[in-house]
Structures are given as structure tokens and as C-alpha cells.
Design a protein around this ligand. Structure first.
Ligand code: NAD
Length: 296
């Protein structure tokens, strides 16, 4: 079998188009422009790249982008004051604090100081609880992107066996909740799981979110399964710097029914879903109907 390629880059473009057309309607019909504020503390080079990219895509979708750059030695009190101001600013519908924060800042405290309805990363403890109990919440962007691709490929996920490898708060756990919400039978595997190959072999859907280059080989995958590779790992191969996922793409693509590539799979969906969450937050804040197909 040769797997169908799930093209995250193309799919993300369609999500961005939906977002942009909803933004146009919000402006024309209601005079509202959604706004996303991104707070960056320090000068981590990877974070700077992400923040630039988020700002660019936000304005390209017709929304307002507000960037708050703060020094690496910013105090907790100063950062909390910025978040407090954004929480009450009616022009700001989404707030994102770029992680990781410098070590002297308490990440949990900072994230939980964001107004839950503006928490477009979906990391606030209220949103975690709402998602876990099947209520309307802000959903973390990467798992939301994975869910959208799975729904697009399969239609209904009901009754499917899904294995999520990785139990992080950012990807693994919310991914499992979303799959459960779509009536999958869900297994969360992690570093202590016994017989991981045997567990993965049962899966109609495999979501790999580990951070170990090409850890999942094709012979772990059930024939015809759908493989979503969240991993982004930089490796040296043949003297070149390369990005690879957590799945060994070459061997897995021979067995799977469908697979996301790295790069060009889950990655582009993450920012697209951040834009989607910002529009959703804006609609909720204004008591308007949410855009269809952009929420969980
Ligand atoms: P994390 O380090 O927080 O969690 C990794 C998880 O993998 C842990 O729960 C751990 O139990 C599990 N694990 C580690 N070794 C294992 C093993 N040998 N067998 C089974 N499970 C094992 O990582 P994260 O933040 O969830 O990210 C995972 C990967 O996804 C990373 O490569 C990261 O770069 C990538 N990522 C991509 C995006 C995107 O937009 N595409 C977003 C977030 C994370």
C-alpha cells in the first residue's frame, strides 16, 4: 500500500481563507476587526521566528496584530500587568504568551492569568477543564489542526481505535480528549508504555507527538491506518540539516492508508488554527455565530 499524502500546507491555506472571509464579514456586517496580541519575553531565536510568522499571518487574514516584546529580565509583576491590560482591552480578542518563558517566570501562573475566553492557545486551566468535560472551550492549536485533518480525511471518526503517542499538556492530552469527543476509542501511550509497537499496531489512527526523530517505523503501523506526525526534529543527514517527524516516513508510507509529511503536515495547521481560534474568540465575545468548521 502507498499512503495518501495529507497535505497540511494546502489544508492550512483553506483554513486561512475561511478565516479571512469570516473576518471580512465581521468587518462589513458588524464593524468588528478581530485582534490577536502576542507577548514575547526575551530573545529566543526560534520564538522570534514564530512570533513574526504569527503576526504576518494575522494581518494577512485581515485581523489586527499587536506585538508586545519584553526584556528577558522582565519581572512577573510587569508581565502580569501587560496581560491584565490586554484582558480588558476590547480590541484584543486573543492573547498568546509565547512559550517557553525565561526560567524565573512561573509559566502556569502567567498562562492562568490570561482571561480564559481570550486564551487562544487553550492552555488556561479553565479551558483544559472545559475540554475535558466536553464543554465549549478554546482548544490548543496543534491538536485542533490534527483533528481538522482527520475529520477532513475520514468524515466521521466514531468507533475508530486511536493511539496518541505522547502525553504532553500541549499536544498529547488535548489530542486524546478531542478524539474521545469524536467517539474514538483512545489509548495514550508514553515513555513508560509496555509493548509500544503492539499498542500502535491496534490503531486505525496514530498521532505521534514525542519529539524523537523517526521513532515509529512502518512495521509498527497497521495496514491502512491514518498517521498524523506531530514531531518536528532537526537532524544531520548526508551532511545536510533536515527536518523529520517522529515517524519514519518512508517505511510508514508503504503501510499506512494516509500520512502527514514533515515538513508540510501538522506544522502549517498550527498557526492556521491560532487564527481560527482568534476569530472564534471574537465571535463569542460579541455574541455572534461562530465560523463553521473552524472549531472542535
Ligand atoms: P513533550 O516533550 O512535552 O512530550 C513528549 C511526550 O513523548 C512525553 O509525554 C513522553 O512521555 C513521550 N515520550 C518520550 N519518549 C517516548 C518514547 N520512547 N516512547 C513513547 N513516548 C515517549 O513534547 P511536545 O511538546 O508534546 O512535542 C512533541 C513533538 O511535537 C516535538 O517534536 C515538538 O517539536 C512537536 N510539536 C510540533 C508542533 C507543530 O506545530 N507541528 C507543535 C507542538 C509540538
Amino acid at each position: 500500500m502507498t499512503a495518501k499524502l495529507i497535505d497540511g500546507k494546502a489544508f492550512a491555506a483553506t483554513v486561512r481563507e475561511k478565516v479571512a472571509s469570516h473576518v471580512t464579514r465581521l468587518k462589513e456586517d458588524h464593524g468588528i476587526t478581530p485582534g490577536l496580541a502576542v507577548v514575547l519575553v526575551g530573545e529566543d531565536p526560534a520564538s522570534q521566528v514564530y512570533v513574526r510568522s504569527k503576526g504576518k499571518q494575522t494581518t494577512e487574514a485581515g485581523m489586527n496584530s499587536y506585538e508586545h516584546k519584553m526584556d528577558a529580565d522582565t519581572t512577573e509583576a510587569d508581565l502580569l500587568a501587560v496581560i491584565d491590560a490586554l484582558n480588558t482591552d476590547p480590541a484584543v480578542h486573543g492573547i498568546l504568551v509565547q512559550l517557553p518563558l525565561p526560567g524565573h517566570l512561573n509559566e502556569d501562573l502567567i498562562i492562568n492569568s490570561i482571561a480564559p475566553e481570550k486564551d487562544v492557545d487553550g492552555f488556561h486551566i479553565s479551558n483544559v477543564g472545559l475540554l475535558g468535560t466536553g464543554q465549549k472551550s478554546m482548544v490548543p492549536c496543534t491538536p485542533l489542526g490534527c483533528l481538522m485533518m482527520l475529520r477532513d480525511h475520514h468524515g466521521s471518526l466514531s468507533g475508530m481505535n486511536a493511539v496518541v503517542i505522547g502525553r504532553s499538556n500541549i499536544v498529547g492530552k488535548p489530542m486524546a480528549q478531542l478524539l474521545l469527543g469524536d467517539s474514538c476509542t483512545v489509548t495514550i501511550a508514553h515513555s513508560r508504555t509496555k509493548d509500544l509497537p503492539g499498542v500502535v499496531k491496534q490503531a486505525d489512527i496514530v498521532v505521534a507527538a514525542v519529539g524523537r526523530p523517526e521513532m515509529v517505523p512502518g512495521d509498527w503501523i497497521k495496514e491502512g491506518a491514518t498517521v498524523i506526525d506531530v514531531g518536528i526534529n532537526r537532524i544531520e543527514r548526508d551532511g545536510k540539516n533536515k527536518l523529520v517527524g517522529d515517524v519514519d516516513f518512508e517505511s510508514a508510507a508503504k503501510v499506512a492508508g494516509a500520512i502527514t509529511p514533515v515538513p508540510g503536515g501538522v506544522g502549517p495547521m498550527t498557526i492556521a488554527c491560532l487564527l481560527a481560534n482568534t476569530v472564534t474568540a471574537c465571535c463569542r465575545a460579541n455574541g455572534l455565530a461562530e465560523p463553521e468548521g473552524l472549531t472542535a
